[in-house]
Write a protein that binds this ligand. Sequence first.
Ligand code: FAD
Ligand code: NAP
Ligand code: SF4
Length: 693
Amino acid sequence: MTASPYPHLLRPLDLGFTQLKNRVLMGSMHTGLEDGRKHFPRMAEFYAERARGGVGLMVTGGFAPNIEGWAKPFAGTLSTSGAAKRHQLVTRAVHAEGGKIALQILHTGRYGYHPLCVAPSRLQSPISPFTPRELSARGIERQIRAFVRCATLAREAGYDGVEVMGSEGYFINQFLVGHTNHRTDEWGGVYANRMRLAVEIVRRIREAVGPDFILIYRISLIDLIPGGSSWDEVLELARAISAAGATILNTGIGWHEARIPTIATSVPRSAFTWVTRKLRDALRAEGNLIPVVTSNRINTPEVGEDILARGDADMVSLARPFLADPEFVLKAATGRSDEINTCIACNQACLDHAFKNKIASCLVNPRACHETELVMAPALQKKRFAVVGAGPAGLAASTTLAQRGHEVHLFDAADHIGGQFNMAKTIPGKEEFHETLRYFAHLIDKTGVVQHLGRRVGAPELVAQGFDGVLLATGITPRNPHIPGQDHPAVLSYIDVLLHKKPVGQRVGILGAGGIGFDVAEYLSHGTDQGHASATLDTTAWLQEWGVGDPQAHRGGLVKPQPSPAARDVTLLQRKPGKTGQSLGKTTGWIHRAALKMKNVQMVTGVNYEGIGPLPSGEGVGLAVSHGPGRQDAEVLAFDTLVLCAGQEPLRELLAPLQQAGVAVHLIGGAFEAGELDAKRAIDMGTRLAATL
Ligand code: FAD
Ligand code: NAP
Ligand code: SF4
């Protein structure tokens, strides 16, 4: 028998009345499928596919126990037997695949985005426009009963357990801290009162569901907000929850309103497992063996294995990595971890969708939550295709075509695959983008896509080869902003800086504050080109930079941020008035803005670029600008280097000649449309087209 590649990760976990087949928990994710009856068949297939992929235990997206607990109007709720019956579609599908699934009970309290929301005190949260109603003691009792009813119905529906959501600043968490609980009755004041709700909910659920039902409690370990829980309080709660009948303690990091990133791609991998370790060690020292789960930025089997091997936790929770690849565990267990489509923690198709009320999916796996509709059926007739461009669109299209049985030839002018991802991966905090290229490189080999790299292919060659179809994934060309004097040698494009590594001076002006302008600002202010290592690769440096400390010494884990000094003076300019970075991701834009603020990057908006020219001093380059529609207050700004990040235009020079030659041509990714292009759209478009050819 060969040794298990990940002995700690793949070891079963005995819960006494039942056993989990490994130490991997698929953490709860709001996909949007929870919020409509019509989505239940899709939800069933979504979880069934992941059960087939071998995960030890899954937790559903949050279901409210009652209307007051809704995340938004008409959010998924489990409060009736009728609703429980609908859930059987999900539980049966999961059990048929040999999986286990728990339902998450989520009461959002003052985070509820609706007028019926309730909370311990009448205090509006910074992330909802609605002020909650303060609950009376009877109202609190009604909420507890709703939790218990929801858990009982979950059992009726066939779930293997429930998870009580007690972290991330939701309802239960709001009772725990003085910041949101100003009550003076038996539900507020001293900690024993503030934690009463959490303990009552767990105790009464256990009483109602019996001993052989998994009861996970998600405890907030480090609130990352002013006035958060102290470490003694966290420990006291963990002990009480365990005594009240919880089977597993899952852990949560940071409230949603915290101003410290906790899961974005710039957060180091497993950045917070040391906090879980503190809890687990303290409980073990008291002889309490309740399994403790750790989470946040765990996205490869190696990371999970290391965490468990060093004893930080008993189980690891991965959520988004299961959107990226439902077969994460199966591939790890069968020595195929190279084939795992790794979550790059971009949030672009999952969390950003959830915040925009769109069904979640995944940038690197557009099938996520679309399993019933985006099906990769084998091709009825094998054809020969050329895919021109090995950026995200071309990679997705070529590998999908080949997986379906077609013969595929992939061309790129560069001598390596990846297109613009080769620039993205150089940005500090975007190191994960390497993984997507690793994944596609492996898939290209596995599926037999024939690569023709290092050669700019022309239309005559493509016509001569008689392909059945040509997919143009040639991407973009940078937009020319036509600023008078822009041919000055101190003016570079973002490609000169990121790809060709041209030298950049000390005072830098970046023209254009879109996604690329922000990334270039981060790269240059960090001094990546000068060899400064990214804080994302060093957890200690990153925690210092953002101000995360030991929760035992600092309530809520907050300390003074200590960013490393900026390597340069960077100014980011845009013509539009108002805030920069409006086009950045809903859940990550604030992080990019905060990161640049820490590096003192200046933001200048509402400018007109009047011209570029030498300065009288003979040193550097002058950028003449005026302000506002009236072009007033003209001035000359002095820089050493100007970097143009003025957007992109589609590159489709091969389209007309191929069409004229009668070739069937398809445009995908940036070649189709450059406006608001991102890798999510490029991969989605490439995959969907290739699934139909
Ligand atoms: P491209 O990636 O542009 O690839 C086109 C390919 O076609 C190139 O490799 C080119 O060499 C090749 N090609 C062109 N013509 C020919 C020819 N005639 N013969 C052979 N080969 C040819 N997107 C996100 O979603 N999230 C991010 O965080 C993000 N960050 C970014 C950061 C930076 C610094 C940059 C530059 C981009 C970033 N993007 C990000 C954007 C993302 O990379 C693009 O949207 C995506 O790469 C577009 O994919 P594509 O396949 O359409 O084109
Ligand atoms: P972008 O986001 O469209 O930004 C282009 C910038 O150039 C804007 O600030 C725009 O603002 C300015 N601009 C437009 N026309 C101009 C002109 N004629 N002269 C001078 N300035 C002009 O495009 P991008 O930054 O090139 O990024 C390309 C794509 O990659 C984007 O669609 C983005 O989604 C994606 N991307 C995403 C991320 C991410 O983190 N998700 C990161 C990088 C890139 P003004 O017109 O107001 O000056
Ligand atoms: Fe991960 Fe990005 Fe996919 Fe979300 S969209 S699951 S963060 S890769």
